[in-house]
Design a protein around this ligand. Structure first.
Ligand SMILES: Cc1ncc(COP(=O)(O)O)c(C=O)c1O
Length: 378
């Protein structure tokens, strides 16, 4: 029997229900379809994918991804606008390296995905936060900051945001692109949750704005729709940006990213197994979302939140509580969450906590929220 502690980055502690985890459920990782896809890839001959890969990524794989995205978005996606990456984290690192120099200013949302700022800090960047409200990034607050600062880029999670769950309205998307053109900054849109809507279709993705605008770059990943261990994703961008990526030093030396994994995932796309996996995840997560909502209403009526429409997270406000202090003793009740301050570059959001409804099954979600409520009441 394998010891998961030696394999997994953040193992779930034994007996504890960690509602703060942002990972997919172990039981939903598609080992069987990946085995079938690998067998197909090997049967066809995999040697070309064991060689240094084409700079932009396997062209057949990009074609099949372009077809899948065309179907999902309802608008044509061209394979030439896709660049295969090793996931969003490495794409952010690559783009920060290409678009900035140490000391440059960039904007992030408040709250934001808590691990992104440390990628930007690795590049010596000055990070400024822009608030998010129920409709996503606050455009008026952004305009005020733009009067004072000149960011190289804005990092935004426009759809089913991690952690707030909020989605940027179409009107704000269009206004944001106008501002990027006017003030000469790039929007890096992290669209990892766009393909996971449960109750309402999100507005047009930023990916579809990249054809006409060099100011928009969409980064995406197989981590949430397939498996994070694949370390595979894609960047969707204007031809000028794709050209920049193709000719950068990292790619020039190492070749395209993850050609071997791409060949296997390509088979999964071709057989329709990726589409089926996304459908299964949507059905499962939609149901888990309802269970978490009901458990919060039943056990923790003081919790304030907007019901998420997709993605992985509830962003819950517990009025009058400092969730960082609260978290310290949560272990005694065999439960955990992530405190709001983690997601704020300015260490705000003290009364908030992030809860994930994707990692555990329905019974565990209910039990976890029950334990959390018991602890908070104590
Ligand atoms: C908003 C967001 N971006 C990026 C990532 C990480 O993506 P990847 O695994 O592709 O590096 C996560 C994972 O939690 C996320 O929530």
């Amino acid at each position: 029997m394998n010891n998961d502690n030696l394999i997994v980055q953040t193992p779930a502690p034994l007996g504890r229900i960690d509602l703060g985890m942002g990972n997919p459920d172990f039981n939903l990782l598609p080992a069987d379809s990946l085995r079938r896809a690998s067998e197909r890839a090997f049967a066809k001959g995999i040697n070309a994918s064991l060689q240094y890969g084409a700079t932009q990524g396997n062209g057949y794989f990009r074609e099949s991804m372009a077809d899948l995205l065309t179907q999902s978005f309802g608008e044509n996606v061209d394979a030439s606008s896709l660049f295969i990456s090793s996931g969003v984290s490495s794409a952010l690192d690559l783009l920060a390296g290409l678009l900035t120099r140490p000391g440059d200013t960039i904007f992030v949302e408040n709250p934001t995905y808590f691990l992104a700022p440390s990628i930007f800090a690795d590049h010596g960047l000055q990070i400024i936060s822009i608030p998010v409200d129920n409709e996503g990034l606050d455009i008026d607050a952004l305009e005020e900051k733009l009067a004072v600062h000149h960011p190289k880029f804005l990092y935004s999670i426009p759809t089913f945001q991690n952690p707030s769950g909020h989605t940027l309205s179409l009107e704000r998307r269009e206004k944001l692109i106008e501002l990027a053109e006017k003030h000469d900054f790039i929007i890096i849109a992290d669209e990892v949750y766009h393909l996971l809507p449960y109750t309402r279709k999100p507005p047009k993705p930023f990916a579809l704005f990249t054809k006409d605008s060099e100011k928009v770059i969409s980064v995406n990943s197989f981590s949430k729709i397939l498996a994070p261990g694949l370390r595979l994703g894609w960047i969707h961008a204007h031809q000028k940006i794709i050209h920049k990526l193709n000719s950068c030093g990292l790619i020039d030396s190492g070749g395209g990213m993850n050609p071997f994994t791409s060949a296997i995932v390509h088979e999964l796309v071709e057989t329709g197994d990726l589409g089926k996996n996304i459908a299964l995840l949507k059905e499962t997560y939609a149901s888990r979302l309802k269970v978490m909502d009901k458990a919060l209403q039943d056990f923790l009526p003081s919790a304030e939140y907007t019901l998420p429409q997709g993605g992985f997270f509830f962003w819950v406000r517990i009025p009058g509580q400092d969730t960082a202090t609260l978290r310290k003793n949560a272990k005694d009740f065999k439960v955990d969450f992530r405190q709001g301050t983690l997601f704020s570059a300015e260490k705000g959001m003290q009364e908030y906590m992030r809860l994930c409804f994707a990692f555990y099954d329905e019974a565990k979600i209910k039990k976890g929220v029950h334990r959390l409520a018991k602890y908070i009441r104590s």
